[in-house]
Design a protein. Structure first.
Lengths: 337, 382
């Protein structure tokens, strides 16, 4: 254990130190090669200009390099691999895509992903909005928000264990230690193996993600709600609007942009959902999703990179519209400069 | 606000929020309570009953006829039903499975033909008969027992030191700390350049970074796996290393880091930087002496994000790190335990609680920065 701690501290120092050393050293080097102090006249101006030309690249250089290796190159490479065979060496055209269309598990994953996309973002946004509105009017709202927000800090694996314990099944008539089956049995129902009921088990897995993400939606929407000018609400009250009219006709339209942001953020998260399915069912009982299927194909039978890449591309295609919308939005905000 | 004026309305709001809070808290409470319970009690009763004695109906067998003692022409069998096992408190007993609690503890039960059986609350029993007992199997006895609630930290000792969770905890720290610090450094420099320095291709770079914000991790896995394998073979180095996963987490965290830091740094007052520049400070000096200190809140926000994201990550760890004891991180270990110790809830609940305790501490102590980052990251961005 002591050796582990020591080597951990050592590698941490090396990693972080190397990073600091680069930035400090590179800038120092630039100052030495093209000095702007201690020289006069045209030489100083020249060197300042050269520094101004090179220094931005010293600053963005490492970021650019890492982004290229870890994100930009892989996107291109994954696209290429999706047209290759399992080892990634022979060109197979659209064979992987044809395989996907005909594969029972892939089609099941697509269906489940659509289900997740339809339910989770909507549920999180709706619940988050309701809780945000309610907690804004009580004195212990901050504490309540903290507690509902808390699952956001918990890992998907941790959350899966937590919920697996809730769904725990014991035979009919036995003492139930899973709270859900205990409640069912208390009301006279028969206990169920919740996560192995095809189709419905999807919803029991979705509940986990909703439990985690509602706090996210709540915090963002709560802050947007507080940004609504007091005067508009007061004017509505004076005009005799009831609480529901205020909510639907005044509040919702004003925070529409924020709702869209929350929705798309959770949508992207849902497309990538992997840990929950892996740990709860590993795709059994028709609960497979794309991200887990892809992980499966990366290693199944020594790994099939072609099929894995194809599934990744399918996930990517679903993200592209959101990506384009984001870039447009950002360009408009910065005025295109 | 218009609502909440009537008593009923206000009461309804309180009640509704209370219901939400209870639903959202109970799952975590369940594993916290269970992790502190005696492992036999976890399976004997639901955790919500953990503060009351857990009662159950058990079955036992008295000793066979060979253990009988003859006294005054009568035959006796005596002893304790629990033997060497832990003592429970018996409330009732019976000899037929259809009526397991027919007699109260301590009562002398008449079993017919002059045979009597007395079973006391502490488990001691006395059976008497005018005729000699026969047979190799003793009398079957049913009884309702209850054990007092028992809370313990034994489970924590077990998982930390025998199940390898302690080691994994260290591994998680080894992965998380550099994977949090490195991207901050790299992103801060890049963010400053993108916000305050003029160079060709800047606008394009910003657009690319915003585009990369949403690229799914899945797109990177296979090419990087191939790349790492290639590098490993070419240089004859191990494929799965801590350096490899730090860089991977740095790469995956960079778009958000640059995006978040850039929008903050771009909002810093121009005058401060101009005046420093007039005083002859270079960009590097401005960055280190002015921008970094001023950006502390946003750096803290991102640090919390990245820390939570790396600590909680399973996918990247499963692809880029090994599953041996010296590399397996908490999330991967927990996933492995779900497979190997599926029904052992004392192990699973305790391990799960250990994996979530660090994020919870970080979260509660730095919630302000976390929320600020969340708002800056999503509301402005869209």
């Amino acid at each position: 254990m002591a050796a582990q701690i020591f080597s951990a501290i050592f590698v941490i120092l090396v990693g972080v130190g190397g990073c600091v050393a680069y930035f400090w050293g590179a800038n120092k080097l630039l100052d030495i090669v093209f000095p702007s102090r201690g020289v006069t006249g045209a030489a100083a101006v020249d060197n300042l200009r050269r520094q101004g030309f090179i220094r931005p690249w010293l600053f963005v250089g490492p970021a650019l390099l890492i982004l290229t290796v870890y994100l930009i190159y892989p996107v291109v490479e994954t696209l290429r691999l999706s047209f290759m065979d399992r080892g990634g060496t022979g060109f197979v055209g659209f064979a992987n895509y044809e395989w996907a269309l005909g594969d029972r598990e892939f089609r099941n994953s697509i269906l489940n992903n659509v289900l997740w996309l339809a339910v989770v973002p909507a549920a999180c946004t709706f619940l988050g909005l309701v809780i945000a509105v309610l907690t804004d009017r009580i004195w212990w709202g901050t504490i309540a928000k903290s507690l509902i927000f808390l699952p956001l800090a918990i890992s998907f694996v941790g959350a899966s264990v937590i919920w697996k314990f809730i769904y725990e099944y014991r035979g009919d008539g036995q003492v139930q230690i899973g709270i859900l089956n205990a409640i069912v049995q208390f009301f006279g129902g028969a206990p169920q193996v919740w996560i192995s009921i095809p189709f419905w088990n999807n919803f029991f897995l979705m509940i986990i993600l909703i439990w985690i993400q509602t706090g996210f939606a709540m915090v963002i929407l709560s802050s947007a709600l507080r940004g609504i000018p007091e005067e508009t609400l007061e004017a509505a009250v004076i005009d005799g609007a009831n609480p529901f009219q205020i909510f639907w006709k005044i509040m919702i339209p004003q925070i529409w942009g924020t709702i869209a942001v929350v929705w798309t953020t959770i949508t992207i998260l849902v497309l990538k959902v992997f840990d929950i399915v892996l740990t709860m069912t590993n795709g059994q009982w028709n609960s497979q999703v794309l991200a887990n299927l892809m992980f499966d194909w990366m290693f199944r039978g020594g790994g099939d990179f072609g099929r894995g890449a194809t599934i990744a591309i399918v996930i990517m295609i679903a993200v592209v519209p959101i990506m384009i919308w984001n870039i447009r939005q950002a360009n408009r905000e910065t005025g295109g400069h | 606000m218009a609502t909440g004026k009537s008593f009923l309305g206000r009461f309804g709001v309180h009640l509704a929020v209370l219901v939400f809070v209870v639903i959202w808290t109970i799952p975590t409470l369940g594993i916290l309570v269970s992790s502190l319970r005696d492992k036999d009690q976890i399976v004997a009763s639901g955790w919500w009953n953990s503060v009351v004695s857990s009662s159950q109906t058990e079955a036992g067998r008295l000793p066979p006829a060979s253990a009988q003692v003859e006294k005054d022409g009568k035959f006796f069998l005596e002893g304790n039903i629990f033997g060497d096992g832990p003592v429970r408190s018996i409330s009732a007993f019976g000899v037929r499975s259809a009526a397991p609690t027919q007699y109260e503890a301590g009562v002398v039960a008449d079993l017919g033909e002059g045979v009597t059986l007395q079973l006391n609350a502490d488990g001691s029993f006395a059976m008497a008969s005018p005729k000699a007992f026969e047979g190799e199997r003793g009398q079957r006895v049913y009884f309702a027992s209850s054990a007092p609630p028992r809370f313990t930290t034994e489970n924590y000792e077990t998982v930390l030191f025998s199940e390898g969770i302690g080691r994994s905890f260290m591994n998680s720290l080894t992965v998380t700390i550099p994977a949090t610090v490195i991207p901050i450094l790299i992103a801060a420099f890049a963010a400053y350049a993108l916000a305050w320095m003029r160079f060709p291709g800047r606008a394009l770079l910003i657009a690319v970074i915003i585009g990369l914000l949403v690229v799914p991790l899945q797109m990177s896995l296979i090419p990087l796996l191939k790349l790492y394998n290639g590098v490993g073979v070419f240089f004859g180095v191990p494929v799965k290393t801590y350096l490899g996963i730090w860089l991977a987490h740095t790469g995956f965290g960079l778009p958000f880091a640059i995006y978040l830091l850039r929008s903050y740094i771009a909002g810093l007052p121009r005058e401060v930087m101009e005046s420093a520049r007039i005083d002859g400070a270079s960009d590097f000096e401005i960055f280190v002496k002015i921008v970094l200190p001023l950006s502390f809140p946003v750096l803290a926000s991102f640090a919390i994000f990245q820390f939570l994201w790396v600590w909680n990550d399973l996918l990247v760890a499963m692809v880029f790190l090994g599953t041996e004891a010296d590399q397996i991180v908490l999330t991967a270990k927990l996933n492995a335990l779900l497979g190997s110790r599926g029904g052992d809830w004392e192990i699973l609940t305790t391990s799960a609680f250990i994996t979530i305790i660090v994020p919870l501490i970080v979260f509660f102590s730095l919630q302000r920065y976390f929320v600020r980052g969340l708002l800056a990251g999503s509301v402005k961005g869209g």
